[in-house]
Structures are given as C-alpha cells and as structure tokens.
Design a protein around this ligand. Structure first.
Ligand code: AMP
Length: 192
C-alpha cells in the first residue's frame, strides 16, 4: 500500500508516518528529512537548498522529484508513505507518472485537517521543547519562516486537496485530536 500524508506544516505528518512505519512496516519518504540530510552531509544539492529552506520557501520540483524517483526505483515491500511530498501540482503529476512507470499504485491520500492557530502553537512549541532539551532547533521553526511556510502551503500545496478529491483518493482525518486518536482514525481509514 502506498499513501500520501497531506497537511500543512505542524499537522503531525511526521509523527503519524512514524506510527505507520512501526505498525505496518511501511517506508517513510520525507523529502524534508532527505533535504536536511543532504545539507548535513554538505552535498552540492544540500548547499543549494539551504537558504531556500531556512526562509521557508519550497525548493524546486526537479530536486524533490529526483529524490523520490531514486527511492521508488529501490522499492519498498511494505509500501511507501509520502510525507511532505507532493507539495505542488507538478509534483503530484510526476508522482503519478513515476508510480505508473514502476508499476505501483497510490492507494490513499490522507488529509490531516487542523486549524492555523494550532499549527503555530505546535511549531513554536516544538522549537521551544528542542531548545530546552539542548537539541538542535530547525532553522525554519521560527515565526517568520513559519509564515512563509504556511503561505507556500496555501498557495501551492492546498490545491492538491481538490486534485486528489477529484481523483477519488482523498480521505480527510481530524488532526486536532490526541496522537492516539489521530492514529486510530488513520488506521480505520486505511483499513476501509
Ligand atoms: P518539511 O520537513 O516537510 O517541513 O520540509 C522542510 C522544507 O524542505 C520545506 O519548507 C521546503 O523548503 C523543503 N521541502 C520539503 N519537501 C518539499 C517538497 N516536496 N517540495 C519543495 N520543497 C520541499
């Protein structure tokens, strides 16, 4: 089974993807994690995207599609969870084409619905918790970048809700509940 977790920054995509990895043996493909890894290892691509990411803007479609293509070619027995990808309509089209080329399908798109006040609180909270625990704080977890990230989401990513609805793949889940409640709602959506 291959699924997309769709939702704004702070909606809980990463957390819920982690649960699906544990319970279903799926492979999480987070383009955000891949890009951060490229920065840490200091690759040319990592250097190229650093400033864009810190500002909260989206990197080019070409870069993230390339990262996903590599992974789809490797494959995953338990299926893939796309977390933070696709984020634009061209990325969504590219994912469809790549899945078709590799004879795989998209089984569900789970939209995590949350309101904007909760997002800001969660992200600011995530930064404070990390700082208090002496852990590194994401360079884009600050209020200025967060505004840009939200705007990017509404301008470029939210049209994907209509795109997947029209394809008949969309399932909306209330992302405001506790982690366990959201986890249970996703499980029942995927088992349906
Ligand atoms: P995330 O960890 O998903 O919040 O992603 C962190 C940052 O990585 C984003 O703000 C973008 O700069 C970049 N990024 C991650 N995924 C994508 C994507 N699919 N398309 C464009 N940029 C992305």
């Amino acid at each position: 089974m291959n699924i997309i977790l769709l939702g704004p920054p702070g909606a809980g995509k990463g957390t819920q993807a982690g649960f699906l990895v544990e319970t279903r043996g799926m492979k999480q493909l987070s383009t955000g994690d891949m890009l951060r890894a490229a920065r840490t290892s200091g690759t040319e691509m990592g250097k190229k995207v650093a400033e864009i990411m810190d500002r909260g803007e989206l990197v080019t479609d070409e870069i993230v599609i390339g990262l996903i293509r590599e992974q789809l070619e490797i494959g995953s027995e338990g299926g893939f969870i796309f977390d933070g990808f696709p984020r634009t309509l061209p990325q969504a089209d590219a994912l469809g084409a790549l899945l078709a080329e590799t004879e795989q399908s998209l089984d569900a798109v789970v939209e995590l619905q949350v309101n904007d006040d909760v997002l800001v609180d969660r992200i600011v909270g995530r930064a404070k918790e990390a700082a208090a625990a002496g852990q590194p704080v994401r360079a884009d977890d600050n209020e200025e970048s967060l505004k840009v990230r939200l705007m990017e989401y509404y301008k470029k990513t939210s049209p994907l809700i209509g795109y997947y609805y029209a394809k008949g793949d969309l399932t909306a889940v209330d992302g405001l509940g506790t982690m366990d409640a959201v986890k249970a709602e996703i499980a029942s959506a995927l088992n349906a």
